[in-house]
Write a protein that binds this ligand. Structure first.
Ligand code: IPE
Ligand code: IPE
Ligand code: MG
Length: 224
């Protein structure tokens, strides 16, 4: 049975779900938040140590302003309402991505990270304004600036995921098979599951099924 330390998820399909059932993409984003809660609960139950959630990419700024505003309002309310509870559950929240939002949201994100920084049970990396190509280029720039040798170990130090083991498992919901600029370096040897269900209809049972399949895979890492 494979050990499972880190699950990464591309939470895709909110907009399509919202349009299909509520005639509104934003309603899909709201519904998607319930799935986030379910998956966090199940991750705790399974004693997994790291969960990385792709919530907003550097490319998502191309979307209509109204949708972007809705998404960040949703996030703000989520943090305001849930950070105490996450903290009580010994969860550490880390934002990966550039915090270039409203000063109100930037402060709230910083405060939430600080409040939970000592927690040990589960680390949630929330990928927000995250782009993997930017992350890798930025890491090389840091190596260059500090005149450090280019090596895997040194590069890892400057990735936003430093101190996090690479994901063992990547799940993308929403019936699309691509990485969309997510953790290109870190996913080098991850097991990848593309799930047909849209994110708001994905549930803990679907998640457990994938994890059970993952556990039985023969992971070679180049060996035989
Ligand atoms: C993923 O759902 C969530 C974000 C990118 C914020 P989408 O909003 O991409 O949903 P679809 O793919 O359009 O259905
Ligand atoms: C990827 O979903 C980003 C997030 C889930 C946050 P997108 O829906 O933005 O991906 P593309 O643009 O269809 O590849
Ligand atoms: Mg999408």
């Amino acid at each position: 049975m494979n050990p499972l330390n880190h699950v990464a998820i591309i939470m895709d399909g909110n907009g399509r779900w919202g349009l299909k059932y509520k005639n509104s993409r934003n309603a899909g984003h709201k519904a998607g938040l319930n799935t986030v809660e379910k998956i966090i609960k199940e991750t705790l139950k399974k004693k997994i140590k790291f969960l990385t959630l792709y919530a907003f990419s550097t490319e998502n700024w191309k979307r209509p302003k109204k949708e972007i505003n809705y998404l960040f309002n949703l996030l703000e309310n989520f943090l305001l309402n849930r950070i105490e509870e996450l903290n009580k559950q010994n969860i550490k929240l880390k934002i990966i991505g550039v915090k270039s939002f409203s000063s109100k949201l930037n402060n709230l994100l910083r405060k939430s990270e600080k409040k939970t920084s000592k927690n040990k049970r589960l680390q949630i990396n929330l990928a927000l304004n995250y782009g993997s190509k930017f992350e890798i280029i930025n890491a090389f720039k840091n190596l260059n600036k500090n005149k450090e040798k280019i090596s895997e170990k040194n590069l890892n130090k400057y990735l936003l995921t430093r101190n996090t083991p690479d994901p063992d498992l990547l799940i993308r919901t929403g019936d699309t098979k691509r990485l969309s600029n997510f953790l290109l370096w870190q996913l080098a040897y991850s097991e990848i599951f593309f799930e047909k269900k849209l994110w708001p209809e994905f549930n803990e049972k679907d998640y457990s099924k994938i994890i059970n399949k993952f556990k039985k895979i023969k992971r070679n890492f180049g060996n035989i």
